[in-house]
Design a protein around this ligand. Structure first.
Ligand SMILES: [Zn+2]
Length: 475
């Protein structure tokens, strides 16, 4: 069945058809971090969903060209730099570095490009777009010298958020600094410089100032991906006003449909509550690592729930992630053992390589239904483990499962890191334990098992002798 995705614009699950049916890459724009503090795990949930989308498209044979912007100038970055008493660029740099570090820890595939809003190339592009919008009557400079988008002149404004403009008129409260706008919903394209901005300013036809956040994304998307793109992603909190504004700006300039599929990731909750510093439930990636978890475990915990369902982050959930990964690791170790046996190439009498049904990919085709995809993985693990317990699996079958895993792991990226090297100390204890077992000295054997366990390893007794595996969570 074809790939289907839920489009926020239509509020419907739609069949995915690339804009350009020839072999050109799928163009994806994903709203990236605002670098005024370290991104939290809720932000990373959205980036992991985008990673899943890209990897699944690639599994399905598409080429992907993905851009993720870095918002390094807007109100919060300017305020942060001012409070820290450093220049904007110095202030944001540390959080850019931290973002890439955390993304790497979570095994998020790198985007093809990471444009930064303060790059003069894109500032020029923003100014160019604002000029076009003014010339078309879609924008105006107000008495406060800032330039605003005139939402009343763009009939589709509110379509993405399914938002009624008249509502905005009746309930909107006018903030002190917004008296000069024609309409409460008009948003800033260019913010005139004021003292609080310090040395953060660029020249423009409307005087010194800086771009509004929304125009940054429209300009960077257009500069790097062209007038029209296939997919635009973000968190649900980006829908209004950010993405609504992006549509108005981009389509206002080009007169063409900007985005084909709008995809949005639901919130992350912590213990059922919204994450907030004041509630003490606000976590970054290093906060989670400091509790003894690995990036791989956090990746699993953030990945395993369907992207349109709010994800409730809990420490029990992290432990479940650890157990699930241990199940995968043990399963892979068993399959590998089987393929490494002498005469591994020879199938047993009834042995035939299994035909593994494409249930994993099919589940992801269904609007990235990761829970169903993982459900199939663990069902398969249960069944193949049972077959191995009963000695009913031969090496070619084991190899077929390992090949299958290799394929689905291009999407999951959940395998334990590198080859596991068993420390000599552990090997020696394991040998001593073998001797103790041969002498039927069970107390000694148990004692040695515990010492091995304390070093982070587990002994499993098989027909071929004892095997060592890393203890769950210690990889
Ligand atoms: Zn954006």
């Amino acid at each position: 069945m074809a790939l289907r995705l839920f489009n926020t614009y239509s509020r419907e699950v739609e069949e995915f058809e690339p804009r350009d049916p020839s072999a050109r890459p799928i163009k994806i724009y994903t709203c990236g971090p605002t670098v005024y503090s370290r991104a939290h795990i809720g932000n990373f949930r959205a980036y992991i969903f985008e990673d899943l989308l890209q990897r699944h498209l690639e599994l399905r044979g598409y080429k992907v060209h993905r851009v993720m912007n870095i918002t390094d100038v807007e109100d919060k970055t300017i305020r942060g730099a001012r409070e820290a008493g450093v220049r904007l660029q110095k202030f944001t740099e540390q959080f850019k570095v931290a973002f890439f570090e955390d993304a790497h820890t979570l095994r998020i595939k790198r985007a093809d490009e990471y444009p930064a809003a303060t790059d003069q190339r894109y500032i020029d592009r923003m100014i160019e777009m604002i000029s076009v919008l003014i010339s078309k009557g879609l924008a105006y400079q107000a008495d406060d010298k800032s330039v605003y988008f005139r939402i009343n002149k763009f009939p589709n404004y509110g379509k993405l958020a399914h938002f009624d403009l008249t509502q905005l008129q009746s309930t909107g409260r006018v903030k002190h600094d917004e008296y000069d706008k024609e309409h409460i919903g008009d948003f800033a394209l260019w913010k005139a410089w004021d003292e609080a901005d310090g040395d953060v300013k660029w020249d423009s036809p409307w005087g010194p100032g800086r771009p509004g956040w929304h125009i940054e994304c429209s300009a960077m998307s257009m500069a790097l991906l062209g007038d029209q793109i296939d997919v635009h992603c973000g968190g649900v909190d980006n829908i209004f006003p950010h993405h609504e504004a992006e549509i108005a700006q981009s389509e206002g300039v080009t007169g063409k449909k900007f985005v084909r599929y709008w995809l949005h990731c639901a919130h992350l909750l912590v213990d059922g509550q919204k994450m907030a510093k004041s509630l003490g439930n606000f976590y970054t990636v290093p906060d989670v690592l400091a509790k003894g978890y690995t990036g791989r475990e956090l990746r699993y915990a953030l990945l395993r729930v369907h992207y349109r369902v709010p994800l409730n982050f809990t420490w029990e959930g992290m432990n479940e992630a650890r157990e699930s990964l241990a199940r995968i690791d043990e399963w892979l170790a068993r399959l590998r053992e089987l393929t490494e046996k002498p005469n591994a190439e020879r199938p047993t009498a009834n042995g035939q390589s299994p035909v593994i049904e494409p249930a994993f990919e099919d589940a992801l085709d269904d609007d990235l239904n990761i829970s169903a995809a993982l459900g199939f993985l663990f069902e398969s693990i249960r069944e193949t483990n049972r077959a191995m317990d009963q000695n009913e699996m031969d090496a070619p079958s084991a190899r077929a499962w390992l090949d299958w895993w290799k394929r689905i792991n291009t999407v999951l990226d959940l395998e334990a890191e590198a080859e596991i090297v068993i420390p000599p100390e552990v090997t020696q204890l394991a040998d001593e334990r073998e001797n103790a077992r041969r002498e039927k000295n069970w107390n000694r054997s148990d004692e040695l098992r515990e010492r091995i366990f304390a070093l982070g390893w587990e002994v499993r007794d098989t027909k071929e002798g004892s095997k060592l595996t890393r203890r769950s969570g210690s990889t």
